[in-house]
Write a protein that binds this ligand. Structure first.
Ligand code: C2E
Ligand code: CA
Ligand code: CA
Ligand code: CA
Length: 278
């Protein structure tokens, strides 16, 4: 038993070493990834649940590293945040997403908003407002077609959040609260901030059909958000059962694998061609 315990410790040590090594390797490769053009964007459609037409997209970064293969943003974004690389990466994402949306519009396709995820470090950076303003100018995208997604935790410092959100609103962009329900903020707190949309976290949408508690939580969020005049978007809709319940609860904006996976810009253009131009 004694040697078994020793083996266990060695096992955990080895795993710990491996994790550190992987992290350092990602950090090292990440530094060159922008210059080497290893990033690209996917766009996941956001649907009108009533007629199942596309009404927006969320851009999601992808990294194809020649050395590491495909690395998930869930793995590399936290490392980019820790090392400060998120500023350059985030700016690249914002520019690329605005460019893509402007291109769809210039091609005469239906005008839709593109949502971009902002990380905490970006939200805490005073220069971000000017950067977004410059990107809008540079690309010529009408600000009303840009949505900035932030999470609840970023709004905890109310003074800072209010200042940043007011400045963003002044630019003319929309603001969405991402992953709603996973943090500790309440809707009454959020109602004091200039927010336009609320994205119900996928963990609540998941198993809505089989777990009554999940269904009640989602129903409550939808009803309260409606009263606050916020647009509600359900994330991670994977089944027709979830879809049906959401519609019944009055949520008609949805995102999830059931309706559309994240895809390349060209595929979004194809979907937009099937929609009525505006
Ligand atoms: P998120 O912003 O909550 O994005 C939604 C994630 O859920 C995406 O994962 C998407 O592919 C996935 N998803 C969408 N529909 C479904 C579904 O029906 N079922 C399931 N199981 N998953 C679904 P992805 O692309 O791997 O991104 C993970 C996270 O990485 C994002 O979560 C976001 O926090 C972060 N991220 C991605 N791109 C960016 C970016 O450009 N900037 C920043 N700061 N963060 C990003
Ligand atoms: Ca998001
Ligand atoms: Ca989310
Ligand atoms: Ca389910």
């Amino acid at each position: 038993a004694k040697s078994e315990g020793g083996n266990q410790i060695q096992f955990y040590e080895a795993r710990f070493q491996e994790e550190i090594h992987r992290k350092m390797e990602i950090e090292r490769r990440l530094r060159k990834a922008i210059d080497r053009e290893e990033f690209y964007l996917n766009y996941q459609p956001v649907f009108n649940g009533i007629d199942r037409t596309i009404k927006g997209v969320e851009c999601l970064i992808r990294w194809q590293s020649p050395e590491l293969g495909r690395v998930s943003p869930a793995e590399f974004i936290p490392i980019a945040e820790e090392t400060g690389m998120i500023h350059a990466i985030g700016e690249w994402v914002m520019l690329e997403a605005c460019r893509a949306n402007k291109r769809w519009q210039d091609d005469g396709l239906m005008k839709i908003p593109v949502a971009v995820n902002l990380s905490t470090q970006q939200f805490n950076d005073g220069k971000i407002i000017e950067r977004i303003e410059n990107i809008l100018k540079e690309t010529g995208l009408d600000p009303k077609y840009l949505v900035v997604e932030i999470t609840e935790s970023m709004t905890m410092n109310k003074h800072h959040a209010l200042m940043m959100l007011k400045n963003l609103k002044r630019l003319g962009v929309s603001i969405a609260i991402d992953d709603f329900g996973t943090g500790y903020s309440s809707l009454s707190y959020l109602s004091e901030l200039p927010i336009d949309k609320l994205k119900v976290d996928q963990s609540f949408v998941k198993k809505m059909d089989t777990h009554g508690v999940n269904a009640s939580i989602v129903h409550t969020i939808i009803t309260m958000a409606e009263n606050l005049k916020l647009e509600v978007i359900a994330e991670g809709v994977e089944t027709e059962a979830e879809f049906g319940l959401l519609l019944r609860y009055g949520c008609n904006t949805m995102q999830g694998y059931l309706l559309g996976r994240p895809m390349e810009a060209a595929q979004i253009a194809e979907q937009l061609k099937l929609s009525k131009p505006t």
